[in-house]
Design a protein around this ligand. Structure first.
Ligand code: PSV
Ligand code: MN
Ligand code: MN
Length: 391
């Protein structure tokens, strides 16, 4: 054993580590078979932000909320921004949604018809205008574009159209704004997605320029993919812009991060910590992309945030000197033990102490449960349509 009783000072760099929450995690969601409505669910983006602010209130590390456009359409984004600030949070990334109109059945930026591609470009330009009003840095682009059948469209031509559309969107960015391009190897297209993997995403963002980065959604890979390798590689070339954290058993399940494979989450955060990329100036935006279909949503987000903190804390416990010495000496067992000793440490008491030192509840789950917020929103949010995934 190389791990001695860890001191809370080991977690010092966690003080500035933050996690961004998705507005859509607070709305109703479900599978393609059924959306199970939950009482008290937000009716509009204002209420989604209010719920997200609760997660920040009890964890202290979730100060931003991503919006999805048009799911989160409002008349006045400056007003929504003020509302967020009043609640102690800020609006984070703007996610473009060019997959829910009938026009987009055969794609958006890759569509064979120029008129549909134009509509998709315009939707992104509108997102950039919204970013100016919300003060957002990041435009996150995930495209549902792809093919169900071989021969359905020209694979290469679609890449060319994508290059063209992205370039026009990129040209509209202000200095300091970024495009985050998200890849996904399957779904909804069954034969070929147009941005299926990190290699394709990297090619596109490199062609665009310095203000374009790759987003890694942990649920978007084939089973067995070594995700921490991708993290290490994108960090090496300075193109890891963000995570969409979630966990999965079989498909893009969008479960609470760390619920399915906490060891994978640790391995990912180990690469992040080893590169110092958990520091706020690293440019990596740590976001959640989750849906809570069968569990309550606010505690589901609190649990997810805590799971990331635990994995990061464990990564901070890795004795890097011991690890490096073992690696250089070719001592395979000692090198592996340096990681496993940290992973197998129960960091929960240390994190409780860490939170208390910052005036936060030692147990955010218990503190939220002891509040009356859940009962209040059930009583207050009657009438009106509840916002959901896609509304
Ligand atoms: C697509 O599966 C995705 O991961 C993208 O990030 C979307 O914006 C999000 O899910 C919608 O839930
Ligand atoms: Mn995602
Ligand atoms: Mn996804």
């Amino acid at each position: 054993m190389t791990v001695t009783a860890p001191s809370v000072e080991t977690l010092a760099s966690l003080r500035t580590f933050t996690i961004e929450l998705p507005s859509w995690a607070f709305g109703n969601s479900g599978t393609r078979f059924k959306v199970f409505a939950q009482p008290g669910v937000p009716r509009d983006p204002y209420e989604k932000i209010a719920d997200a602010a609760q997660v920040h209130r009890y964890t202290g590390v979730a100060p931003r909320v991503s919006l999805h456009i048009p799911w989160d359409l409002v008349d006045d984004y400056a007003d929504l921004r003020r509302h967020a600030a009043d609640l102690g949070v800020a609006i984070g990334a703007i996610n473009s949604n060019v997959f829910q109109d009938d026009d987009y059945m055969l794609g958006s930026l890759c569509h064979p018809q120029a008129a549909v591609r134009r509509k998709a470009v315009e939707a992104h330009l509108r997102c950039i205008e919204i970013m100016r009003e919300t003060g957002s840095r990041d435009l996150k682009i995930w495209l549902a574009d792809g093919l169900n059948y071989p021969g359905q469209d020209d694979l290469r031509a679609r890449q060319d159209r994508l290059t063209e559309g992205l370039a026009e969107i990129y040209a509209a960015l202000d200095p300091g704004q970024r495009i985050l391009l998200e890849y996904k190897f399957f779904e909804p297209a069954t034969y070929a997605m147009d941005v299926p993997d990190w290699g394709t995403a990297l090619l596109h963002v490199t062609a665009l320029g310095e203000q374009a980065m790759v987003v890694l959604d942990t649920g978007h890979h084939a089973p067995g993919t070594n995700i921490e390798f991708i993290v290490a590689q994108l960090l090496r070339v300075g193109r890891l812009g963000a995570f969409d954290f979630n966990s999965r058993f079989y498909a893009d399940d969008d479960l609470m991060v760390g619920a399915a494979d906490p060891f994978q989450l640790f391995r990912i955060m180990n690469e992040i910590v080893a590169a110092g990329a958990h520091a706020p100036d690293s440019g990596v935006n740590f976001m959640l992309d989750q849906n809570h279909n069968v569990e309550p949503k606010i505690p589901g987000q609190i649990r997810s945030v805590m799971n990331i903190q635990e994995a990061t804390a464990k990564a901070l416990l890795v004795d890097r000197e011991v690890l490096r010495a073992a690696q250089l000496a070719g001592d395979v067992l000692a090198a592996n033990a340096a990681l496993m000793d940290a992973y197998n440490t129960d960091v929960r008491p240390l994190l409780a102490q860490f939170r208390e030192e910052q005036g936060l509840p030692a147990d955010p789950m218990a503190a939220y449960a002891a509040s009356d917020y859940a009962e209040r929103i059930v009583a207050e949010r009657v009438g009106g349509a509840q916002a959901g995934w896609g509304a």
